[in-house]
Design a protein around this ligand. Structure first.
Ligand SMILES: Nc1ncnc2c1ncn2[C@@H]1O[C@H](COP(=O)(O)OP(=O)(O)OP(=O)(O)O)[C@@H](O)[C@H]1O
Ligand SMILES: [Mg+2]
Length: 385
């Protein structure tokens, strides 16, 4: 873990502090994001953790080899930096060194053999989805996104338990950025590093973080909380403005369809006579219903008025569904799809098109209303306490 306590940094000659009385803890194996406007002290905070900058007052505590917390000020800076990977803002690759030499920076300091260093560099490139042939290239021979990945690989080269990452995906277009974020989150599930991550992009913070630390200019902490709480219950106007007017929609990014769908919806089985299906819909006052075939596979839906006065099987009147929403889809993507297709409800299916549940726009509305209510409820408790 990383424990930050009453941390303050005032640069010599500066009128105000860059970081002021900052306290928060990053639990082991979690990603905590520092987010806030330019100049609010994010980089300064990161650099105090690995002692590239000395704090004016306060402490930063990390576990030592026996797991006991020690103040970084009592640790030799060189030894400290061996267990802390650092991904520098603006990538910062050495232009006249090959990718291999860049990745080898810290391993070399640690006296690794050339063979071991090369093996690790190859492993890192594979992990980052890049060919090992890149090792012989120079930074200018890679794209911006590839360079950024090399920056991340360099920070992780000696497999440090703690990572400091300063806008690691800042210089990449939105599409590749999204891919890199996903790759990194997948990787983090395996490697479980304790990560202090800096960004000025609130969407990236919401996506990447277990906890978010929202800073204001002067290094003032506005809120330290989970992404869901920051969205549903912002502490004040600054946080509210920072997360944006679309925070209800952003919240939908954090919820998966399977979390709120009706897992046991009313469905109609194919093979039934049309008259019987019509009676079924009338009895339940339904205008339409989804129809499933063998193995609960989704066939489509029937509309009540299409069945009026009809004979034969209901199968002849099924309208196929144009979209299949899967269990792990986020509510935001599901809603977007529903609006685009003009469906007020959809069946949730697996890869074999088997129905696992049903999602309606109403359920999504209810979920948003619930989290809003919870937020207000917390507020009242807070005021009363
Ligand atoms: N070496 C320095 N000497 C004096 N002031 C500094 C120094 N480094 C940073 N500052 C000031 O401290 C404040 C915080 O800077 P910092 O680099 O931590 O901001 P940041 O949140 O990382 O911003 P950005 O999003 O632009 O990277 C700024 O006002 C900056 O001008
Ligand atoms: Mg910065």
């Amino acid at each position: 873990m990383i424990k930050i306590e009453n941390l303050t940094k005032k640069y010599p000659g500066a009128a105000t502090a860059a970081v002021k009385d900052l306290s928060f803890t990053v639990p082991s194996g979690e990603i905590c994001t520092l987010v806030g406007p330019s100049g609010c002290g994010k980089t300064t905070t990161l650099k105090m953790v690995n002692r590239l900058i000395e704090p004016t007052s306060g402490g930063i505590y990390l576990p030592d080899d026996r797991g006991e917390l020690v103040n970084v000020m009592d640790v030799n800076p060189i030894q400290l930096r061996r267990k802390i990977g650092y991904v520098i803002q603006q990538i910062g690759l050495f232009p006249h060194r090959t990718i291999l030499e860049n990745i080898a920076t810290v391993p070399k300091l640690l006296g690794w053999s050339p063979e071991r260093t090369r093996r690790r560099a190859e492993e890192m490139l594979t992990m980052m989805n890049m060919p090992v042939s890149f090792l012989e290239r120079y930074p200018h021979e890679l794209s911006g996104g590839q360079r950024q990945r090399i920056g991340v690989a360099r920070g992780m080269a000696v497999d440090p338990p703690i990572m400091l990452m300063d806008e690691p995906f800042g210089a990449i277009d939105p599409i590749n950025r999204n891919l890199l974020q996903n790759e990194f989150l997948r990787l983090q599930q395996e490697i479980k590093k304790t990560i202090l991550f800096v960004t000025h992009d609130i969407d990236e913070a919401i996506k990447m973080s277990d906890k978010i630390c929202i800073l204001n200019v002067g290094g003032h902490l506005e809120q330290f909380d989970s992404p869901a709480n920051i969205l549903s219950n912002p502490n004040n106007e600054f946080v509210e403005n920072f997360v944006g007017a679309d925070r209800a929609l952003k919240q939908l990014n954090l919820i998966r369809v399977e979390d709120i769908m009706d897992p046991d919806p009313l469905l109609l089985e194919a093979g039934r006579p049309a008259e019987e299906a019509l009676a079924f819909l009338r009895e339940r006052e339904l205008g339409s219903i989804f129809v499933t075939g063998a193995g609960k596979r989704l066939m489509g839906y029937v509309v009540r008025r299409d069945l009026r006065g009809k004979t034969g099987l209901v199968d002849d009147y099924v309208v196929p569904v144009e979209t299949g929403i899967e269990l792990s889809t986020t509510l935001r993507d599901a809603l977007s799809e529903m609006l685009m297709m003009d469906y007020s409800s959809v069946c949730i299916v697996d890869a074999q098109n088997r129905v696992h549940g049903l999602l309606s726009i109403e359920m999504i509305q209810k979920k948003i209303a619930e989290s809003k209510y919870n937020g207000e409820d917390d507020d009242q408790q807070g005021n009363g306490a």
